[in-house]
Design a protein around this ligand. Sequence first.
Ligand code: 5GP
Ligand code: ZN
Length: 114
Amino acid sequence: MDPNCLFCKIISGHIPCKKIYEDEDVFAFWDIAPQAPKHFLVIPRKHIAGPAALGSDDEQLIGKMMRVGARLARENGIGDGFRVVFNNGAEAGQSVFHIHMHILGGRPMHWPPG
Ligand code: 5GP
Ligand code: ZN
């Protein structure tokens, strides 16, 4: 845990959130500023700054995040169509430096993304 990290504080309960799911590895909650009718985040309990900071021993964890994210999408009514986004670095729009998988759905998604 990084004491200065917003998402570590959400995991520990020091900052409230609308939790969807948690287990020993991952935590999922609704985004505070949703960009689609359904928009939630899946994060690992382990503090990792972002995709570029992943180590080889994190590969299973990232796979689990995707599997849990897809299941939660299905359980929340967007299983047939959802967008998965990881932002890496401020230039790409990353604002919280604890790796997170955005899952968005409930409206048509456009390509290319902005
Ligand atoms: P990023 O821009 O780093 O890819 O995504 C960070 C996301 O975290 C944004 O979509 C933002 O709305 C969300 N977020 C920031 N602060 C909070 C918070 O305190 N609670 C929740 N639930 N989401 C947050
Ligand atoms: Zn963190």
